[in-house]
Design a protein around this ligand. Structure first.
Ligand code: ADP
Length: 179
């Protein structure tokens, strides 16, 4: 089966890692899957990069490069990364599609109030206290996708519903069969 890239974008704490992990787990018995998680990538592949726009773009381009390499070998690649800039996401989509890999953009959407209330990693508290600068949604921009393949509202839908919608859109793009 051909590879593909499922790119989850959204604010920190929106649910990208949770959903990517859940969908990947559901599909892992059927075909090779890999998850490129923004936090791991910043530790291992992009250590030293800042959160300036050029460095964020470099980070996203590196992730997309690895995703394409994996997709070339039939892997279904999940990317969970804030990837805040529309132009950059569109650029990596174009590169993926030019290489023949389907690219499914998943907008993992929860309002700022929700992700601040969740504050999964305690980062919003630090950002509001001024201890972290250039924090997406607080002191740095987030540009939502205009035409994502699918948008899930994690403040309004259950995790199971969000997972089903992502799997359904993947099936519609022939990335999973027999569900
Ligand atoms: P991100 O990867 O976007 O930074 P995480 O997946 O690390 O976000 O955290 C999202 C948090 O939101 C988790 O604690 C998760 O349990 C919670 N959550 C609540 N509802 C949902 C939902 N419908 N989908 C995904 N996560 C949800």
């Amino acid at each position: 089966m051909r590879g593909g890239i499922v790119w989850l974008t959204g604010l920190s704490g929106a649910g990208k890692s949770t959903l990517a992990t859940a969908v990947a787990r559901e599909l892992a018995t059927r075909r090779p899957v890999e998850l490129l998680d923004g936090d791991d990538i910043r530790t291992f592949l992009s250590a030293g990069l800042s959160f300036s726009r050029p460095d964020r773009d470099t980070n996203v381009q590196r992730i997309a490069y690895v995703a394409r390499l994996l997709a070339k070998h039939g892997v279904l690649v999940f990317v969970a990364a804030i990837s805040p800039y529309r132009e950059t996401r569109d650029a990596v989509r174009a590169l993926s599609e030019a290489a023949g890999h389907p690219f499914i953009e998943v907008y993992v959407n929860a309002p700022l109030e929700t992700v601040v209330a969740r504050d999964v990693k305690g980062l919003y508290k630090k950002a509001h206290a001024g201890e972290i600068s250039s924090f997406t949604g607080v002191s740095d921009p987030y540009e939502p996708p205009l035409h994502p393949e699918v948008e899930v509202r994690t403040d309004m839908s259950s995790q199971a519903d969000c997972v089903s919608r992502i799997v359904a859109i993947m099936a519609a793009h022939a990335l999973v069969h027999g569900l």
